[in-house]
Design a protein around this ligand. Structure first.
Ligand SMILES: Cc1cc2nc3c(=O)[nH]c(=O)nc-3n(C[C@H](O)[C@H](O)[C@H](O)COP(=O)(O)OP(=O)(O)OC[C@H]3O[C@@H](n4cnc5c(N)ncnc54)[C@H](O)[C@@H]3O)c2cc1C
Length: 432
């Protein structure tokens, strides 16, 4: 291997996933010299469905991306909880229907990734969105950091110098591993998720996210695209919890699942409003992913190197927070760098102080079932069904959970009332 040097830049973003690309677009818009280094050689529209909550959509709107995203997404107006017998527990308005100025967006992750990637290519220029560069080392010093990348196409190493390095390198973050070598594999709660997308007749009103079952066995479905023939592309997650806690192999977003492992468990889930086994069986392909997270860290910073998105706070994929929180990280980081452009150490300290506790609270809330807690309560109290849901759980009890989760995740309606982008918030102090 030979070593080459790349030109110096102010901010190096490691990882061109959702969080890395939003950070790049955001910092670039505010005049920073940004380079993205992505590991894969060819960026592809991978994944299945993903949800963006209104506070994250507000930030994408501020970046001028809302029209493109909304044209390629579905805007759900209701979230509905059901039991494993298909009985209705609760429904609540979402997005604009709930009074937000911004919609919630349900979108294919690959579509989201490509919209962000194309915008980055256009705005930063192709020479600043570099693929095929896999971070192998990063060393911080008083004035910046030096990153070493393995360049895939010619099997060489290259070094890149930056004032700040933002590690947005996902759940298997090499930067996090280097700084916290004893963490080991992500923590697994035993649940396995089969994820897929299938063309299907609209479910209910075609604008509803459905959560059915309870945390030990659950089915989630929501539309991510309207199709020309009147059907919709329905994203689904069929999930059950095993007694295992040791991951047999490293989790991988692209691992193909076997329907025979999951379908028999859902045979009875045929409701008058949705035939779940038929929907699952019609999926051309599924991906199996374990419910993993990591403990919150005591700091994200090491000198001029910081973490963002899943690298910083991998969390259980419940409550629609994975991508949304990565986007908020990117915008708060931009605000902190803008507010302290002459003192980048302070900028990173304030970013850490604002985002680390906030996201750590969501990691922990998701371990405690997050917004799904009412489904567990109903399952415990009425495992065989009920005549009236009011005999099982009160609306106030459900509202307390769902409103509490909205506050924890930062999208309580009143928090977004003033309509200001997070970049413009006050970052003069570590506390909000
Ligand atoms: C292929 C793929 C498919 C996914 N599918 C889904 C899905 O269907 N539903 C869902 O909810 N979430 C999915 N996710 C996760 C989701 O994108 C994240 O949870 C969330 O958007 C937070 O984004 P992030 O930028 O932190 O991480 P990611 O979006 O995972 O991005 C991390 C990026 O860093 C790159 N990278 C990793 N290591 C290095 C390195 N050493 N050097 C340089 N670059 C590196 C990766 O290639 C990736 O592009 C998927 C992630 C990936 C990578």
């Amino acid at each position: 291997m030979t070593a080459h040097d790349l030109p110096t830049s102010t901010i190096d973003i490691v990882g061109g996933g959702i969080g890395g690309l939003v950070a790049a677009l955001s910092l670039h818009e505010h005049g920073y010299d940004v380079v993205v280094h992505e590991s894969v050689e060819q960026v592809q529209p991978l994944g299945v469905g993903i949800n963006l909550l209104p506070h994250a959509v507000r930030e994408l709107d501020a970046l001028g991306l809302l029209d493109d995203l909304e044209a390629s997404a579905v805007t759900p107006s209701t979230l509905a909880y059901f039991t494993a017998h298909g009985q209705s527990i609760w429904d609540e308005p979402r997005g604009r229907a709930a009074g937000y100025n911004w919609p919630q967006l349900s979108i294919h992750r690959g579509t989201l990734q490509m919209i962000l990637h194309d915008a980055a290519l256009q705005r930063l220029g192709p020479e600043r969105v570099i693929t095929g560069h896999h971070l192998v080392d990063v060393v911080s010093d008083d004035s910046g950091a030096t990153v070493t990348y393995h360049r895939r196409h010619d099997d060489t190493t290259v070094q890149h110098r930056a004032d700040i390095v933002v590690a947005a390198d996902g759940i298997h973050s090499a930067v996090r591993r280097a700084r916290h070598p004893h963490e080991g594999a992500p923590l697994w709660n035993g649940a396995l998720l089969w994820r897929g997308a299938v063309a299907h007749a609209p479910i209910l009103d075609g604008r509803t996210m459905v959560w059915a079952g309870h945390p030990d066995q659950k089915f989630v479905a929501y539309p991510i695209a309207d199709l020309d023939d009147g059907r919709q592309m329905i994203n689904f997650i069929a999930e059950y919890r095993t007694a295992d806690r040791d991951l047999p192999e490293r989790e991988d977003w692209n691992r193909v699942g076997n329907l025979d492992d999951v379908l028999p468990r859902f045979t009875d889930w045929c409701f008058d409003w949705l035939d779940i086994p038929a929907l699952i069986a019609s999926a051309p392909q599924t991906f199996v992913f374990p419910m993993v997270d990591r403990d919150p860290l005591p700091t994200w910073n090491d000198g001029r190197v910081t973490l963002l998105g899943d690298a910083a706070h991998p969390m259980y994929p419940i409550g629609s927070n994975g991508a949304s929180q990565a986007i908020l990280d990117a915008r708060v980081l931009t605000g902190c760098v803008l507010a302290h452009s002459n003192d980048l150490d302070t900028a990173l300290a304030i970013y850490d102080a604002r985002r680390r506790p906030a996201t750590g609270a969501i990691v922990l809330a998701n371990r405690g079932l997050g917004p799904e807690a009412p489904m567990q309560l109903v399952h415990e109290r009425a495992p065989n069904g009920f005549t009236s849901i009011d005999d099982v759980i009160s609306r106030d009890e459900i509202l307390e959970v769902t409103e509490g989760y909205r506050r924890t995740a930062g999208f309580a309606l009143e928090a977004l009332a003033q309509g200001r982008s997070l970049v413009d918030a006050d970052y003069s102090r570590t506390d909000a």
